[in-house]
Design a protein around this ligand. Structure first.
Ligand code: IPE
Ligand code: IPE
Ligand code: MG
Ligand code: MG
Length: 323
């Protein structure tokens, strides 16, 4: 959960109620796997962004937007379950991942189930909204595929990395924000600004996630530190360290990224190199650049309300957090 109250817990309860209605289908394994993940917390960033965007743009019938927000969180949940299989991640939100606890088959199929339930909710909305959300889901899948094609690719460029994270992470956050505006009947210009806000916030959000994978604390992130390095997943930090380290340090970075399994000492040494060559600071600065782009987009929307402040607080949080 967040340190600051960035969303109304009353409204998020409405979102969770709809999520629960959709999970409780009478099939024990689906219910168990889904509740395992949903009930373990999560920051609820995507529904928070959507509902705040809706209200900031003068949407008043919150009940009409809640199923859409629930749909986004269901999609996010399905994605995380599948992502953890793909990334061989064993812990999320401080507990064993779904495939570790229930087996890959149950996790995989429950992920599918959650997607379909999300699209059932989405089908009640107009075509423009449906297109925004489904477009983001397609780009997310493509982003994850391009990422996996570049596992252990020590030659991946910063621009290619940015394209991947835009697709896999920023797209859905951008879609959440824009869909809030569309629901509220905002102008085309404001909806584009909301989309831009979410996109930049989402890029900064993923850069921050990648930083936390290296220097986060397990008790805050609820994930295993160093997983990206061990998996050979290229991030802004590893790309920067590869480009800025020399000699044996550079050899070590390459070795850790291309090895299928690394010892803890080898991972720690790679993190030491990343720190030495300034990769953490570089990534922090870049996440702030995207956070500022997000707030610049928000500034151009001609409204200043408490909900607008929340959007600003959400993007500030996204790019500078410890969990
Ligand atoms: C994790 O998303 C996956 C990324 C896109 C980095 P979150 O950090 O939003 O995960 P939860 O829902 O809060 O656990
Ligand atoms: C987010 O990237 C992938 C998604 C789009 C779900 P990560 O793989 O870095 O997310 P975590 O660290 O597992 O949450
Ligand atoms: Mg992952
Ligand atoms: Mg990560």
């Amino acid at each position: 959960m967040m340190d600051v109250e960035l969303y109304s817990s009353e409204e998020m309860k409405l979102v969770d109620d709809i999520i629960n209605d959709n999970i409780n289908c009478g099939i024990a394994i689906i219910e168990k796997v889904s509740h395992h993940v949903i009930d373990s917390g999560g920051k609820r960033i995507r529904p928070a962004v959507m509902l705040s965007a809706y209200k900031a743009l003068n949407g008043t019938d919150i009940k009409s937007a809640v199923p859409l927000a629930a749909s986004m969180e269901l999609i996010h949940t399905g994605t995380l379950i599948h992502d953890d299989i793909n990334d061989r991640s064993v812990v999320r939100r401080g507990i064993p991942t779904a495939h570790i606890k229930f087996g890959t088959s149950a996790a995989l199929l429950t992920g599918d189930y959650l997607f379909v339930k999300a699209f059932e909710l989405l089908s009640e909305y107009n075509k423009e909204i449906r297109d925004v959300i489904t477009g983001a889901c397609i780009s997310q899948a493509i982003g994850e595929i391009i990422q996996s094609q570049n596992i252990q690719n020590v030659l991946l460029s910063e621009q290619d990395y940015l394209n991947i994270i835009e697709q896999k992470t920023a797209g859905p956050i951008s879609a959440s924000s824009k869909a809030g505006g569309l629901m509220a009947g905002a102008s085309e210009k404001d909806n584009e600004l909301l989309s831009d806000y979410g996109l930049n916030m989402g890029i900064g959000f993923q850069i921050m996630d990648d930083i936390l994978d290296v220097v986060g604390s397990k008790s805050n992130t609820g994930k295993v530190i160093g997983n990206d390095l061990n998996e050979g997943k290229m991030t802004i930090l590893s790309i920067h360290a590869l480009n800025n380290s020399k000699g044996s340090d550079n050899d070590h970075m390459k070795k850790v990224i291309t090895n299928n399994e690394n010892s803890n000492d080898d991972i720690m040494e790679a993190i030491r190199i990343m720190k030495d060559v300034g990769s953490i600071d570089y990534a922090h600065d870049l996440s702030m650049v995207y956070g500022n782009k997000a707030s610049d987009a928000l500034e151009q929307i001609n409204t200043r309300t408490e909900e607008w402040d929340k959007l600003l607080a959400l993007s500030d949080f996204a790019v500078d957090r410890n969990h």
